[in-house]
Design a protein around this ligand. Structure first.
Ligand code: COA
Length: 392
């Protein structure tokens, strides 16, 4: 008998500020319902000057280490498309900040928003080879687009950390997957740019094509039917994208995508993403945490997961929550991390966007701005220096 492998623990973190999209609508002179209803987004997380993907990742991961310790963790897989270095992986900083043993394999993975799902599957492979090991998977991103571009309404930031192990306490990762890769230039970020180049409409079309093709591969490999799932988590660059994707899937299967059907299949997965905004690699897993935190008992009922990373790579897989998983959720803390963000005006957001770390090697000490357990305290000798809250 093969040992079940999956998500043993899952924890969420987001940034310090929140901008209501009414603020952006005011600046852009558009009806706020374009964002609230048309995109399905109410606000977006904006990070403080002393936050980045490492501080959010460490904030999520420390919750897991506090609960489960570090025994058996020999690998950290850090998925991001907001990399802070072209060579050194962000996983190394997290390994240090949360006190993992030196005998750890720490690496970074990249394929746009798909990186987190790939890390989860690679982690399962490591655990299948040695079920005594546990793998820390982290997806952490800050989604930023050009100022005054259409993409600005779909920004956000979050990290999700997951402990992958045998006999998981949250959800088993089911074995059948559907895959799809196509060379599409819908969204990419050349090394010389801090914001991506994006063809928004092309990316929506490429995403929908990927849903169809990944599903067909999943079906061909003996996957479950649409009616077998208790919920559907999609990568959510904006939550309305999940509606578009699910409509495409239902129509492919000859099922009418009524408003009631879409609401029943998707609503609990979109609550956190509506407020946080896009978090690239983390977005799918933010959706999963939202589903777990806002559903009746899902034990034994599989949940479809669709990951899309522009460029593009997509994967359709499923997870099955296990009996008793609800005792291990962090619902109150998750809700608080979103509700407690400091609201900011468009003008404040714009000032934060104008801030940039030195690009020329100049040293800079950063004032305390955020209140999380970790912060970026300075840039010195071309290096980012992080500190725990007690060292402030
Ligand atoms: N009330 C309600 N809905 C409204 C509205 C209003 N007053 N005004 C506009 N809308 C709707 C539009 O009909 C549209 O909905 P639809 O797509 O279901 O037809 C939606 O709001 C967005 O409007 P649109 O004009 O398409 O927005 P945009 O041109 O500013 O661009 C994106 C939207 C998503 C393309 C843009 O934000 C973007 O490029 N984002 C980054 C890339 C991305 O997220 N891609 C997704 C796949 S990875």
């Amino acid at each position: 008998m093969t040992v079940p492998i999956g998500i043993h623990d899952i924890a969420l973190a987001t940034g310090h500020y929140a901008m209501d999209l009414a603020e952006l609508a005011r600046h852009n002179g558009v009806d706020v319902n374009k964002y609230y209803i048309g995109l399905g987004q109410t606000s977006q997380t904006v990070t403080a000057t002393d936050e980045d993907i490492v501080t959010m990742a460490a904030t999520a991961a420390r919750q897991i280490v506090a609960r489960h310790g570090v025994d058996g963790i020999r690998t950290v897989l850090f998925a991001t498309e907001t990399g802070i270095d072209q060579s050194k992986s962000a996983a190394v900083y997290v390994q240090d900040l949360i006190g993992l043993p030196a005998a750890t394999r720490s690496v970074e993975l990249k394929q746009a928003c798909y990186g987190g799902a790939s890390a989860l599957q690679l982690a399962a492979g490591i655990v299948a080879r040695d079920p005594e090991q546990r793998v820390l998977v982290i997806a952490s991103d800050i989604a930023t687009y050009d100022l005054d571009s259409g993409g600005e309404a779909t920004q956000g930031a979050a990290a999700v950390a997951m402990l992958v192990s045998a006999d998981p306490e949250i959800a088993v990762l089911d074995e059948t997957v559907g895959l799809y890769t196509a060379n599409v230039q819908d969204f990419w970020r050349p090394n010389y740019r801090s914001t991506p180049l994006v063809d928004g409409k092309l990316s929506i079309g490429a995403y929908l094509e990927a849903v169809e093709q990944a599903w067909k591969d999943y079906e061909a490999r003996g996957g479950s039917g649409v009616g077998d799932f208790a919920g559907f988590c999609y990568h959510q660059p904006f939550t309305k994208m999940a509606h578009k994707a699910h409509t495409r899937l239902l129509e492919l299967k000859g099922i009418e995508a009524t408003a009631a059907r879409l609401h029943a299949d998707l609503a609990p997965t979109t609550i956190y993403n509506r407020a946080i905004g896009n978090s690239y690699t983390a977005s799918l897993f933010v959706g999963f945490v939202s589903l777990l935190d806002h559903s009746d008992d899902l034990a034994g009922r599989s949940v479809a997961m669709f990951s899309y990373g522009s460029g593009c790579v997509a994967e359709l897989f499923s997870v099955t929550p296990v009996s008793g998983y609800r005792e291990h959720l962090r619902t109150a803390g998750n809700r608080a991390s979103i509700a407690d963000r400091e609201p900011i005006s468009y003008e404040r957001y714009r000032a934060l966007r104008d801030f940039a770390l030195p690009q020329d090697g100049t040293d800079l000490a950063l004032a305390v701005a955020s209140r999380g357990p970790f912060r970026l305290s300075s840039v010195s000798g071309h290096s980012r220096i992080y500190g725990a809250a007690h060292t402030r």
